[in-house]
Design a protein around this ligand. Structure first.
Ligand code: C2E
Ligand code: MG
Ligand code: MG
Ligand code: MG
Length: 285
């Protein structure tokens, strides 16, 4: 698979069965250094209201600005970070950055703006401190819980561990919202949707990619939207790349869209510029 992804990206971490253990150790060590030396950055991708085109939220997506290898996407290091437990520290840092940004954006863009943060199942296994730390951080910043949406995957809920439910309930207590990421790709058991209090379903990109007026994917999307709305959830479509996809989703009643059609994940400055532009369009148009 690495071969197909471009020559340069994989030159350093080229997976070879024989050297796999070594590679992992090196990557794990590099991650530690990266955390110490603050080589990570958070990019933000807009989540757009399909009814009026306004930017309602942003998803925080981590990047690794490597001194020699340039910008590395999370696909290349999240799994290792999970295995080695570094994801906990990394996730806390992303949350901290996201909280600071949402505070700014609530002040200068719109007071109901939200930032969503991905949370790995590993972060739920971990000790009791993380969520208290997060909640405490919001409190210190004077932020409402509903400034933040936590994105989790279906797999986490399938396990049906009381510990997961306890922590979700704690988030719920302070108003933090919960989204199911990549919805439809896991071993979806719809039973969990009524067991937990979920705010958003994010339809996975794989259902959006081939969306056409007469496609079975459109039927699937319409069914997800109808079910979500009846259960009191909102729907965000991932990977919206074309106007046709956006229109089909809008007509189907999908609440929000996210994807390259609107913008790629952006560094803070570029995201600020986008909001600035959007605000003027909203104010004058
Ligand atoms: P995700 O949470 O499903 O994030 C959406 C991914 O889809 C992002 O990839 C985003 O760049 C990409 N994307 C958005 N719109 C489009 C589109 O129109 N077309 C295409 N082809 N792709 C689009 P990214 O940033 O590489 O992140 C990959 C995954 O890494 C994320 O998937 C998430 O599972 C994980 N991740 C990213 N940041 C974090 C983090 O801070 N913590 C944890 N635990 N996981 C993270
Ligand atoms: Mg996500
Ligand atoms: Mg996703
Ligand atoms: Mg996805």
């Amino acid at each position: 698979a690495a071969k197909h992804q471009g020559r340069n990206r994989f030159s350093y971490y080229l997976p070879s069965m024989r050297n796999e253990a070594k590679r992992r150790m090196r990557l794990s060590n590099d991650l530690r250094i990266a955390l110490e030396e603050q080589q990570f950055k958070v990019y933000y991708q807009p989540i757009v209201d399909l009814a009026d085109g306004s930017i309602r939220k942003a998803e925080a997506l981590i990047r690794w600005q490597h001194p020699e290898r340039g910008l590395i996407n999370p696909g290349e290091f999240i799994a290792i970070a999970e295995e080695t437990g570094r994801i906990v520290e990394m996730g806390d840092w992303v949350f901290q950055q996201a909280a600071l940004q949402v505070k700014r954006w609530r002040k200068c863009y719109r007071p109901d703006f939200q930032v969503s943060v991905n949370k790995s199942p590993v972060q739920f296994q971990n000790d009791e401190t993380f969520y208290k730390g997060w909640i405490e951080q919001l409190r210190r910043l004077g932020l409402n819980g509903n400034s933040v949406v936590i994105e989790i995957t279906e797999g986490l809920l399938l396990d049906n561990k009381p510990i997961v439910n306890d922590k979700l309930l704690l988030f719920r207590d302070v108003g933090i919202q919960v989204a199911i990421d990549d919805f439809g790709t896991g071993y979806s058991s719809l039973a969990y949707l009524k067991m937990y209090d979920i705010d958003y379903l994010k339809i996975d990109r794989s259902f959006i990619r081939n969306l056409r007026p007469d496609s079975s994917d459109l039927v699937v999307c319409e069914a997800i939207i109808a079910m979500a709305h009846k259960l009191g959830m909102k729907v965000i479509a991932e990977g919206v790349e074309t106007v046709e996809q956006r229109e089909l989703l809008r007509v189907a009643g999908c609440d929000c869209g996210q994807g390259y059609l609107f913008a790629k994940p952006l560094p803070v400055q570029a995201f600020d510029a986008l909001l600035h532009q959007a605000k003027q369009v909203m104010a004058f148009g």
